[in-house]
Write a protein that binds this ligand. Sequence first.
Ligand code: ZN
Ligand code: ZN
Length: 258
Amino acid sequence: MLPADMPILLALLIVSIATSAFVALRYFAASGLFALITQRVRPGLYEGKKRQIGREIRWSLIAAIIYGAPAGMVLWAWNHLGWTRLYTDFGAYPLWYLPVSVFIYLFAQDTWFYWSHRAMHHRRLFRIMHAVHHDSRPPTSWTAMSFHPMESLTGALLIPLLVFILPIHIAMLGVVLTAATIMGVTNHMGWEMFPRALVHSPLGNWVITASHHEKHHEHYACNFGLYFRFWDRLCGTDRGLSKRMVEQSGDAPRGVRI
Ligand SMILES: [Zn+2]
Ligand SMILES: [Zn+2]
């Protein structure tokens, strides 16, 4: 807890550094864990990628600062001024609102990501904002936060703004951020961890996993979504799953798929 008489700007700086460090540690933990799993279930997949991974980590650390700073300031405003619609009392809203709020946040994030991502594929914006992310060919578990700072900015502000508008329990916000972290890492790690029964099921037709996002990295002008295939399907940009990945997961030895 920071002293109450600390100048606001200094307090904001300290919480921003702390949350940025937390985001960076979360990145190392999640990407590192799935890199280790990849080494076991797909040995050699990241071989010869040392330079690419080094570059991904450097961009991701800059992204961690850009994501962490506004999040820290919002947490401070919540703590000290009572701003935001974050709540801690499970009884404050009906219980059904807990999962609904998670879905609303994920859908809002997905909608924002789809349209901003599509815009960044416009040739005028691509070089400036989005080429860094596509420099990873093919991506790895370390690509999850490998963004140009301008792209990071587009992603870093949405949730800090949403918490001022849409009520969410702090634990449900944790669920949203955990889902964002895990899907961000696993969608880039180069192999499909979900069982074929899910990926090729009616639910799989609406949810994005690695097989779907890999196709975006292969072909660029399709599969722009983040969590759901809703906008891609509605706008005719869904081109299905990566053939390479579907074939590979078909050949995977038993027990490899989680
Ligand atoms: Zn990507
Ligand atoms: Zn892209």
